[in-house]
Design a protein around this ligand. Structure first.
Ligand code: WT7
Length: 669
């Protein structure tokens, strides 16, 4: 059937059994366990939820909220995720256990990190209380108020997230690589009144002046009254009197034993809003709650990561994305784990930085991404083998499909054929992992590149346009067929836009949650997610809407029309490529192409920079005026163009093709 990931055929029949893994199970046993979890769906999730402490016990497992597909999970329950992540441990034996081992990027002459900060659960709890004191007593923030956090990978990032959560204050974290425009859009959509940022941070040996970007964003955000600035670099930055405050100066007014009660919030109370790209120009603010989200994270930390008290857990993601929210901050803290957090680039000062981190702290569980693996693979095995990895016992990847050869490298080279290696499927909207192998529960044979079966209590299917399951081995749409804890939460699923939430996720295939992914279910029931079925790109695992980039491009004074598509890339999975129609009187030069690339980098962020800009005089469109991206994609990958009967102007395809051929010829020269 020709299904592949990055051109590599999928090994449907291959099965790898991890010798000596204590929780090995047969496929039949796992399926039985899974079936039973669905038969007693509510009892099942109630029993998982009871493993956590509740400030008031919930009265129901779940119920429909104010909109058709917005559910309250564990209604009646009172909780606070900051209490679950901190106070619970501080009361017990984990009080002085290390919560975070943080490593800054800069190194000394010998390549050793210049800065390492270790925070115990007690340290972290104290810092969170101090910051909660500042937010509540000095800035008067209360339950339901909104703040934005624009911080790099430094301990203050989780500290502010936990402090906001403690007060029931809703936060949004904006990735520190995003531009002022992106930051302002998110601040304004949420209605945040306070922004937390830093003077700057280190990235690949350079400094990034973050406060300058934050200042530009605040100019576009009339609702922001105050800015709290963390001093990371000690550089000079602009501070606006009466608006901006250094965190360290605010701290001087905080009693050293400051304690702020975690506010008991309803299970479904909003914890955070995280923005993610969709198929329109406007990012979607996905809402997650305290209770249901905590339950899913607790379950997946146990089942998928098999987390134990003596683990040293390292997730290489950035907290600016959902992976970091769930699996650097809330998930592992709820479990009382020791977490490694690293500020900088994976290849700084050399391509062995991550493996040196694994060796330095004796990392046991590693969570990483296919793009990073493909990038690091290219430098050769010796960079890995230089470092002791004998502590590693479990490895997972996330964010995009992992091609079988990248999987094998993780399994054989990094994990020395000793560790289970998984590809955990989930998305910003799901809050946590839904489809994965579960080494902590019942480890089924592993297939390189497959995601595995849905986790217990989760029901997923691969269906056709009408919602009917497709034959095993056939490509279809991945849908989630029952609500789950951690799903987009009340009041509206998507911040301020219940209609769009309903339309995007629940109306495409009625009755089911539409993920936007193509997948195959094989004859053993394993799910293989192949990639996006909608107009969203996955560039190095980052989700980027083609419409978003197109609107950035057409906002350039020289551009009349633009179409953005993904071109296959051996490392990043795919990269954006732009077809641009210039305005009358503009000349399509290579300088213009560079200018447009720079424009996207500045307006959207470096992750979205188009690899190529092709100039054309028109775009291929259907008779109703919709850009036929499918054709542009086919041209890029030299595939047959398929059905072109709905095409408005056949010449436009030829032209796009010609432009591509010309450029490839030019590049070859
Ligand atoms: C999309 C969600 C979930 C945290 C990071 C990404 C793709 C994610 C896998 C995987 C194949 C995957 C899907 C999904 N994806 N994990 N293991 N195998 N594809 O979160 O930015 O919301 O993106 O990432 O296409 O829909 P996100």
């Amino acid at each position: 059937m020709g299904a592949s990931i990055l051109g590599e055929p999928l090994p449907f029949e291959e099965k790898i059994i991890i010798k000596g893994w204590p929780k090995n199970s047969t496929l039949e046993d796992y399926k039985k366990l899974h079936r039973e979890s669905l038969e007693k769906f509510e009892e099942f999730w109630a029993s998982v939820a009871r493993e956590l402490e509740w400030l008031r016990e919930f009265s129901k497992v779940y119920e429909r909220g104010d909109y058709p597909h917005v559910y309250r999970w564990f209604p009646g329950g009172l909780t606070n995720i900051s209490y679950l992540a901190l106070d619970r441990h501080v009361k017990g034996a984990r009080k002085n256990k290390v919560a975070y081992i943080w490593e800054g990027e800069p190194v000394d002459e010998k390549g050793a990190p210049r800065e390492v900060r270790k925070l115990t659960y007690y340290d972290l709890w104290r810092e969170v209380n101090r910051v909660a004191y500042i937010l509540s007593r000095m800035f008067n923030l209360k339950k339901g108020d909104k703040i934005a956090i624009y911080l790099p990978m430094i301990p203050e990032l989780p500290i502010f997230m936990l402090a906001a959560a403690r007060l029931g204050v809703i936060f949004t974290v904006v990735f520190a690589g995003f531009t002022a425009e992106n930051l302002a859009t998110r601040i304004n959509d949420l209605g945040a009144t306070l922004l937390v940022t830093a003077d700057g941070f280190y990235r690949r040996g350079k400094i990034v002046r973050l406060k300058d970007v934050a200042d530009k964003a605040v100019e576009m955000s009339p609702g922001v009254r105050n800015v709290i600035v963390v001093r990371r670099l000690g550089i000079d930055v602009n501070m606006v009197e009466g608006r901006d405050y250094w965190l360290e100066e605010l701290m001087e007014g905080v009693p050293s034993n400051a304690y702020v009660d975690p506010v008991p919030v309803e299970s479904e109370h909003t914890l955070y809003v995280l923005y993610t790209s969709g198929t329109t120009g406007k990012p979607k603010g996905i809402i997650h709650d305290h209770g249901g989200y905590a339950v899913l994270l607790h379950a997946t930390m146990k089942w998928v990561f098999d987390i134990r008290d003596d683990d040293v857990y390292y997730c290489t993601a950035d907290i600016g994305w959902v992976t970091g929210h769930s699996y650097i901050v809330f998930g592992p803290l709820i479990e009382g784990a020791t977490i490694v957090m690293y500020e900088g680039a994976p290849d700084y000062p050399g391509p062995d930085r991550w493996w040196s981190i694994v060796e330095r702290y004796g990392v046991t569980v590693l969570y990483t991404t296919p793009t990073a693996v493909r990038m690091l693979m290219r430098f050769g095995d010796m960079w890995v083998k230089k470092h002791d990895r004998s502590t590693l016992r479990l490895i997972h990847s996330v964010g995009e499909p992992i091609n079988p050869s990248a999987w094998r490298w993780l399994y054989e080279v990094v994990g020395e054929s000793r560790c289970p290696v998984g590809s955990t499927w989930w998305m910003t909207e799901t809050g946590g992992i839904l489809i994965s192998i579960a080494p902590g529960l019942a480890l089924i044979p592993i297939k390189p590149g497959a995601n595995g079966l849905p986790l217990p209590g989760i029901e997923a299917e691969v269906v056709d346009d009408e919602g009917k399951p497709v034959e095993p081995g056939m490509k279809g749409f991945l849908v989630i067929t029952r609500p789950w804890p951690g799903m987009p939460a009340p009041p509206t699923g998507m911040w301020g836009d219940p209609e769009r939430y309903e339309k995007v996720y629940w109306s495409r295939i009625p009755g089911f949650f539409y993920t936007g992914d193509y997948a195959i279910k094989d004859s053993d029931g394993y799910i293989w997610v192949l990639g996006r079925a909608d107009e969203v790109l996955k560039v190095a695992g980052h989700r980027i809407g083609t419409y978003e980039l197109e609107s950035v491009l057409v906002s350039h004074p020289a551009v009349s029309e633009a179409a953005v598509v993904g071109a296959p890339d051996p490392v990043k999975g795919e990269v954006p490529v732009a077809y641009v129609v210039l305005k009358e009187g503009q000349t399509p030069t290579s300088e213009m192409a560079e200018q447009l690339k720079k424009w996207v980098r500045e307006k959207y962020g470096p992750i979205a920079t188009p690899q190529n800009v092709f100039f054309v005089s028109k775009l291929p469109k259907t008779r109703s005026g919709k850009i036929m991206r499918r054709l542009l994609v086919a041209i890029l990958s030299n595939k047959p163009l398929g059905d072109v009967t709905t095409l408005e102007d056949e010449a436009a395809v030829d032209e796009a093709k010609k432009a591509y051929e010309e450029l490839s010829r030019e590049l070859k020269k």
